[in-house]
Design a protein around this ligand. Structure first.
Ligand SMILES: Nc1ncnc2c1ncn2[C@@H]1O[C@H](COP(=O)(O)OP(=O)(O)OP(=O)(O)O)[C@@H](O)[C@H]1O
Ligand SMILES: [Mg+2]
Length: 309
């Protein structure tokens, strides 16, 4: 089974796709078989970063059952033999009316691909589609820039992801869960209230689920004067969300990044000695160390044992 790492953010344009492409490339260079999958509901563009302007097949072909197997959609990437791409669908995922169980099935197909690591670019935002796909991974990576609105949006994203993770711990396969899964909740307490009538252990389950919620963070476009107070952010999240935030690295604001995008190559390939490339390399090592640790409790098995079965 491949390990799935999802990359999300609250605000758009913070560098998720370039970071996903570079990490995918670096992990391939370190000997892992990597698939970069584009689940960005709004604007799927990971293929463009590798100069694949018009992919012959995309995830849409799989979602709409024009191809039987997910690996028929995989595209080789000339930059590295261990790296493959699953081009995204653009709007199809948002409009495909995918209920929770179908999203889960799609992710299960991901895990069965012949690969060691699947990096999934989720795209920005807190739609329940985005949050569900983000949370169905084994490891979560968030990206923010030091821009105050980006930090605020990151906090909001993580809070809503935590709420949704708690919710998914209660989701079984019946109709009630479908109705719940499409509702927007504002707090973890609201979820507990909604499920509390049928599940007397709701609060204990919620607490257990949150303990396993350990997103990672990369701060991008850092410059001398603009940094993020990561300690404060960690404390805030611990207090209000209950989960643990691990820092994987800071990537400097670096014009080499833009030059690389224009050349359709990851910066780690295009200018490996550029400051951003060096920092990305450090983040890839930090990510590999995290992946080597025992996995945190998956969202659903944190609920009652019989439901996990
Ligand atoms: N460290 C950096 N230094 C300089 N420019 C950067 C850096 N990181 C990203 N950029 C620039 O920001 C642009 C947007 O990045 P990217 O497309 O990866 O963002 P995104 O978070 O995926 O956006 P979206 O939410 O729209 O999917 C890139 O084209 C790149 O030129
Ligand atoms: Mg993107």
């Amino acid at each position: 089974m491949a390990t799935i790492v999802s990359i999300g953010s609250g605000k758009g344009g913070v560098g998720k796709s370039v970071i996903a492409a570079n990490l995918a490339m670096l992990l391939a260079k370190r000997g892992r078989r990597v698939v970069l999958a584009d689940l960005d509901v709004g604007g799927a563009d990971a293929h463009i970063l590798f100069g694949l302007l018009n992919p012959p097949r995309t995830l849409t072909d799989f979602v709409e059952r024009r191809v039987e197997r997910l690996d028929e959609v995989l595209q080789p990437i000339s930059a590295h033999p261990f790296l493959q791409l699953l081009p995204g669908t653009g709007d199809t995922l948002a409009t495909a009316n995918l209920p929770y169980a179908k999203k889960k099935r799609l992710i299960r197909h991901f895990a069965q691909l012949q690969a060691d690591i699947i990096i999934v670019d989720i795209g920005a935002g807190t739609s329940y589609h985005a949050l569900d796909f983000f949370l169905m991974a084994d490891h979560y990576l968030t990206v923010a820039t030091p821009d105050p609105t980006s930090v605020l949006d990151l906090y909001r994203f993580i809070k809503l992801a935590a709420i949704r993770r708690v919710l998914s711990a209660f989701l079984s396969r019946d109709a009630v869960s479908e109705a719940l899964s499409e509702r927007d909740f504002a707090s973890i307490d609201e979820v507990i209230q909604a499920v509390g009538e049928t599940d007397p252990n709701a609060r204990a389950t919620a607490t257990r689920t949150l303990q396993g919620f350990q997103p990672h963070l990369i701060v991008n476009r850092v410059s001398g004067k603009s940094r993020v107070n990561v300690l404060q952010l960690k404390k805030l999240l611990k207090e209000y969300v209950g989960g643990e935030l691990t820092m994987l690295g800071e990537i400097p604001d670096d014009p080499a990044m833009t030059r690389a995008v224009r050349s359709y190559l990851p910066v780690v390939e295009f200018e490996p000695t550029a400051p951003a490339a060096v920092a990305l390399s450090g983040a890839a090592d930090a990510l590999l160390m995290e992946l080597a640790k025992p996995a945190p409790i998956p969202a659903e098995s944190a609920s009652s044992p019989e439901r996990a079965a």
